[in-house]
Design a protein around this ligand. Structure first.
Ligand code: CA
Length: 283
């Protein structure tokens, strides 16, 4: 229904992603092609792999650890306990192995979302507030900047980022996206520091230069609701792209029967990085 949050697990040559509405994490072993699914008790926005092999997820009940084998849940904390009209959305680990995930309104209300960071000691800190649809996030290669998308703004903003503390400051708009490109959704970064953005209602993933604000490349997809992207594969030059079918009419679904599929584009000529595992070593 709503594919999101792809994560490449290099150690197990496996691509994982979530179906937010389907309440599941899916895991496809790229060698054996075996597909496994882990059900979650409620809508899952995003997750990170942990150093102990389990996952840290942002679900309706807040931040939790999920045992990958048994599905057992261990609560970390819920900063949105009082915000019943919200759900969690996109998330990712930062270069220091902390997990960041944001939220959004279930009914389309503006400004009710927030972006949080979970650190190694399992403290949950609010990083950005008054967000409408918290979405794509990634860090610059030199770890000086944090890039972030609040979808309805049609912008990518950049914050100064302190990798020692996770603190962000000095918000600046670096990319403004024309309506014809589609809404900016998920995001990742390649080895040249260029941003790859999934465009909701845009039929594409596109490569944007955060230093000029220009679109410099794009890949057309056979689905309109492109939701997120990550790099993976043996040489980190394959792209994994998720999409959605939620809300499409029968007529639209007939036009794009692959809506909701996840896509693999091999040997793209671009390279990316794996995200660090959430670091549990100091507990
Ligand atoms: Ca998203």
């Amino acid at each position: 229904m709503l594919g999101e949050g792809p994560v490449w697990d290099a150690a197990h040559h496996t691509i994982l992603w979530v179906d937010i509405m389907g309440c599941a994490i899916h895991a496809l072993d790229m060698k054996s092609h075996a597909l496994r699914s882990i059900s979650t008790p409620s809508m899952i926005g995003s997750f990170a792999l942990c150093t102990d092999g389990n996952v840290l997820a942002a679900i309706q009940e807040g931040f939790v650890f999920i045992n990958k084998n048994t599905g057992e849940i261990n609560a970390i904390g819920n900063p949105e306990k009082q915000l019943k009209g919200n759900r969690f959305n996109d998330g990712k680990t930062d270069p220091a192995g902390r997990f960041w995930a944001g939220s959004m309104s279930l009914s389309g209300e503006k400004g009710t979302g927030n972006l949080y960071m979970v650190d190694k000691q399992l403290n949950i800190k609010k990083q950005v507030e008054n967000v409408s649809i918290s979405n794509g996030l990634c860090w610059s290669l030199d770890q000086r900047f944090f890039y972030y998308i609040d979808t309805p703004t049609m912008e990518v903003v950049r914050f100064d980022y302190d990798n020692a503390t996770g603190e962000i400051s000095n918000k600046t708009t670096v990319i403004t996206i024309p309506a014809k490109e589609g809404y900016p959704d998920g995001m990742t970064i390649d080895s040249e520091g260029m941003l790859w953005i999934a465009h909701w209602e845009g039929w594409q993933v596109a490569r944007w230069d955060p230093s000029t604000g220009n679109k410099i490349d794009s890949i057309h997809l056979p689905v309109s609701l492109v939701t997120s992207i990550c790099f993976g594969g043996e040489n980190m030059d394959d792209m994994f792209i998720t999409s959605a079918r939620v809300g499409l009419t029968d007529e639209q679904l007939a036009e794009e029967p692959l809506a909701g599929s996840s896509f693999i584009i091999s040997n793209t000529g671009f390279k990316g990085f794996t995200f660090p595992a959430f670091n549990l070593s100091q507990q």
